[in-house]
Design a protein around this ligand. Structure first.
Ligand SMILES: *[C@@H]1O[C@H](CO)[C@@H](O)[C@H](O)[C@H]1NC(C)=O
Ligand SMILES: *[C@@H]1O[C@H](CO)[C@@H](O)[C@H](O)[C@H]1NC(C)=O
Ligand SMILES: *[C@@H]1O[C@H](CO)[C@@H](O)[C@H](O)[C@H]1NC(C)=O
Ligand SMILES: *[C@@H]1O[C@H](CO)[C@@H](O)[C@H](O)[C@H]1NC(C)=O
Ligand SMILES: [Fe+2]
Length: 464
């Protein structure tokens, strides 16, 4: 009798195990051609008025969230790189002065690209700002984050590989309309896809800037570089990687002792965000390697419990597309991510969605053959969110069977929201563009790796 029960129990467990493998969503998105919105689309319209500032966007301007970099483009003449800004509470207008740059790319000449940093801002305060001094002016606003601290709730939006198609517009609209209200976008790379146009037509960088202005002028977008930011085209005589990106987008890399704008860190509310570059050298002795090695021990989890890493090329990816492209960086950095208990890694590149279990593959050595990722509660969850909807279309071809470490995967366009509640809990959700704004197609409660390092997998097979 006892052994019968035992056998039945074993059978039952087996069934449970089989039923609770990672999930490949059965949702099949209608196959449609992904096309760029035409140049005359409403989202690309230039603001009216002589020399009107356009492509306005902001990002964090220091290490802790008390500064903002405001960027914009004027087309007719340089004008002034000046920003006026003020709060509700005072009628006094502050003024900050920035600089402008221009660049040429093959036969394209840019407008006047202005960058101006507003410093010594108050935390948790709504600021209005005005650009375009002298001719046509335009007003926007942003809200600074709360002071950095362990229990400060904050909501990040996640987008990647956005481009400028009708689907891109849907993704951005869904992000804007999501009732969970993202306060800052963590963007995992591949912005405009201008390089997919003949001669990398940089006018598509301008249209992209006008397209995302409706969000990026009002809340910071934290930039990660992807392969579409390289714009490396020796056949056009363009051999300096990241040229359009670095002229148009600024990041506060010096504030984290980085020596290049492709890897850096910021603190925001209760999160410590490390941005890495899949397309800059990361081997031993390289600047990025040395920076990250010095950076990770600086993270004080009692101040910022949530350690988040952004990169473009995912390390754990079970789609056919870009399969194992992230492997060399994984070999270099994964032991550190486990040692320092990174909570979550967001990547893009693969034009689909995937969420992993907490796994690591750090036991692997060339000589021992242990090459299966194993459950590891010190390891991050890896999320691929390259599903912004760019012109290259959906990645819908997956490796089969779904590896055990892959918790959920689906070939749809969408965006994510990470809502940090306090030092122990964060709620994460993913919205697919085909659903209503409030629908969570995938979700997970994150338990913080420093304060609450319990098993947070929803998958019985991966739970202790
Ligand atoms: C750049 O050169 C290409 C190829 O000759 C041409 O089609 C395009 O119109 C040119 N663009 C500009 C802005 O001159
Ligand atoms: C883009 O989305 C916005 C907001 O949903 C909408 O008003 C606009 O018409 C859309 N434009 C295009 C070209 O789809
Ligand atoms: C999809 O992947 C399978 C193998 O995993 C491959 O044989 C097939 O050619 C791929 N199809 C496309 C359209 O890439
Ligand atoms: C943290 O947030 C979670 C989820 O909302 C809640 O259950 C928990 O009680 C909170 N912890 C504290 C200390 O407030
Ligand atoms: Fe990419």
């Amino acid at each position: 009798m006892g052994s019968f029960v035992a056998v039945a129990w074993v059978l039952f467990l087996n069934v449970v195990v089989v039923c609770n493998g990672g999930k490949t969503s059965t949702f099949v998105r209608k196959a449609e051609k992904t096309v760029d919105m035409p140049l005359h689309s409403d989202v690309f319209v230039s603001p009216t008025g002589y020399n009107a500032p356009q492509q306005v966007h902001i990002t964090q301007g220091d290490h802790v969230g008390k500064a903002i970099i405001v960027s914009w483009v004027t087309m007719d003449e340089p004008g002034k790189s000046m920003v006026h800004y003020w709060t509700d509470k005072s009628s006094h207008k502050n003024v900050a002065e920035g600089k402008f740059v221009t660049y040429r790319y093959f036969n394209y000449s840019s407008g006047f690209i202005h960058h101006c940093t507003l410093r010594n801002l108050e935390y948790n305060t709504k600021y209005y700002y005005e650009v375009g001094i002298g001719h046509t002016t335009r007003q926007f606003w942003f809200v600074t984050p709360p002071q950095v601290g362990p229990d400060v709730p904050y909501t990040f939006g996640l987008m990647g590989d956005l481009g400028q198609t009708f689907d891109s517009n849907k993704t951005l609209s869904h992000y804007e309309m999501n009732p969970r209200k993202g306060q800052t976008v963590l963007f995992v790379g591949d912005l405009s896809y201008a390089d997919d146009c003949p001669y990398h037509d940089n006018a598509r960088w301008d249209t992209w800037g006008r397209f995302v202005e409706r969000s990026a002028a009002y809340q910071p977008w934290i930039w990660t570089t992807g392969n579409h930011e390289l714009d490396f085209a020796p056949e056009l005589g363009e051999t300096k990687p990241f040229k359009p990106f670095t002229h148009r987008y600024r990041v506060p890399y010096k504030a984290s002792q980085s020596t290049a704008p492709f890897w850096y860190s910021i603190k925001r509310a209760s999160a410590y965000i490390i941005v890495l570059s899949s397309y800059s050298a990361y081997g031993k002795y390289t600047p990025q390697y040395e920076w990250l090695e010095a950076e990770l021990p600086k993270v004080d989890r009692t101040e910022t419990p949530w350690l988040i890493v952004l990169m473009h090329s995912p390390w754990y990816n079970s789609y056919d597309y870009h399969y194992m492209e992230g492997e060399t960086m994984r070999v270099m950095f994964e032991p550190w991510f486990v040692k320092y208990k990174v909570d979550v890694v967001f990547a893009g590149h693969v034009h689909a969605y995937e969420r992993s279990e907490r796994v690591s593959n750090v036991a692997y050595k060339l000589v021992n053959g242990q090459c299966n990722p194993v459950k590891d509660l010190s390891a991050p969850v890896y999320i691929t969110i390259g599903d912004g909807g760019n012109i290259e279309g959906l990645a819908n071809n997956m490796t089969e069977p779904q590896p055990e470490y892959s918790a959920y995967r689906e070939a749809s366009f969408g965006h994510g929201i990470l809502h940090i509640k306090n030092r122990t809990h964060a709620h994460y959700s993913w919205n697919r563009n085909d659903d209503g704004y409030a629908v969570e197609a995938d979700s997970m409660w994150f338990f913080n790796r420093h304060y609450h390092p319990l098993d947070d997998s929803a998958n019985d097979k991966f739970r202790n």
